[in-house]
Write a protein that binds this ligand. Structure first.
Ligand code: GUN
Length: 284
């Protein structure tokens, strides 16, 4: 049976370390790092995520503000709010919770966030920097995955790494971070032929497709490290990942559960980025 990677434990250890650095920052500068989270509309999952982000900030001693805007918010109103936060001295990180209501232009919103306050690392300037390996902010979920691998002593160099999923938020940046650690990286997606053949080569398999039970035990190399980024809700309301845990844990060497795996790490890396943003503000 696989070793279960405990995301909650790794997140708690990392957050304790961040809390110490936040306290030192405040002592030195006389103010707290500050994060503003904008949520538009009433998507219930987004409301839970946003609440968790605010609580996580407060738990490590940061300032945080949640800006709730109605479903009917116009593009101009949202842009004005971002402009206001851009100039707010107490706010060092800005995050607009996605997805936005369909009438709003997500790309334009991401482009409007000043790169130095872009704690999601979604702005083209930051994604470009990730590509060349000279980054200010690491994208939260892929960075959380790397932190877990490091914590568990998983060496990436020279390993066959397979990323299933090619989103701008997870798949693509995940592949880059593994590449920067000298992994041999393959990205799979919906048009990949013989997916199981590719995934069975993986020493490290990262799955981010958003489909419950997409990867089963027979698609995993014995002893592989399996990281499940999926967060799907079953009909009975239970959270489940993209990997069929029951069959996968019999084959894998290490595996992340859902919930309690990657999820807690994502918010942890957002905290890290907010502290980085506050330090940038000081050094400007
Ligand atoms: N919605 C789901 N995940 C994320 C994330 O990491 N950042 C933002 N802004 N929205 C999300």
């Amino acid at each position: 049976m696989a070793h279960i990677i405990d995301g909650k434990k790794i997140a708690a250890a990392t957050r304790a370390d961040i809390a110490e650095r936040v306290a030192a920052f405040e002592k030195e500068n006389g103010f707290k790092p500050g994060l503003a989270v904008i949520i538009v509309g009433e998507n219930p999952a987004s409301q839970v995520y946003v609440r968790n982000k605010k609580k996580a900030c407060e738990d490590v001693g940061m300032y945080s503000v949640v800006i709730e805007m109605p479903e009917a918010t116009t593009q101009d109103e949202l842009m004005d709010k971002i402009e206001e936060l851009k100039n707010a001295s107490a706010i060092h990180g800005i995050l607009v919770q996605l997805p936005l209501p369909a009438h709003l232009d997500e790309e334009a919103v991401i482009a409007a966030i000043p790169p130095e306050k872009d704690v999601d690392a979604f702005h083209a300037q930051n994604t470009g920097k990730i590509m060349i390996g000279d980054y200010d902010f690491l994208p939260c979920t892929p960075a959380g995955v790397m932190k877990m691998l490091e914590f568990e002593g998983v060496e990436v160099e020279g390993k066959e790494c397979v990323v299933v999923g090619r989103s701008n938020i997870v798949g693509k940046p995940q592949a880059m971070l593994l590449l920067h650690k000298n992994g041999t990286v393959t990205i799979c997606h919906s048009r990949t032929k013989n997916l199981a053949e590719v995934t069975r080569r993986a020493d490290i398999l990262v799955v981010a497709v958003g489909r419950a039970d997409f990867i089963t035990g027979d698609m995993i190399k014995p002893g592989a490290v399996v990281i499940d980024v999926g967060m799907n809700r079953r009909e009975d309301g239970k959270l489940t990942g993209d990997v069929d845990f029951a069959s996968a844990e019999k084959v894998a060497g290490m595996i992340t559960p859902v919930p309690g795996g990657v999820g807690p790490m994502t918010i942890t890396m957002l905290l890290e980025n907010t502290l980085t943003a506050a330090k940038k503000y000081i050094n400007k």
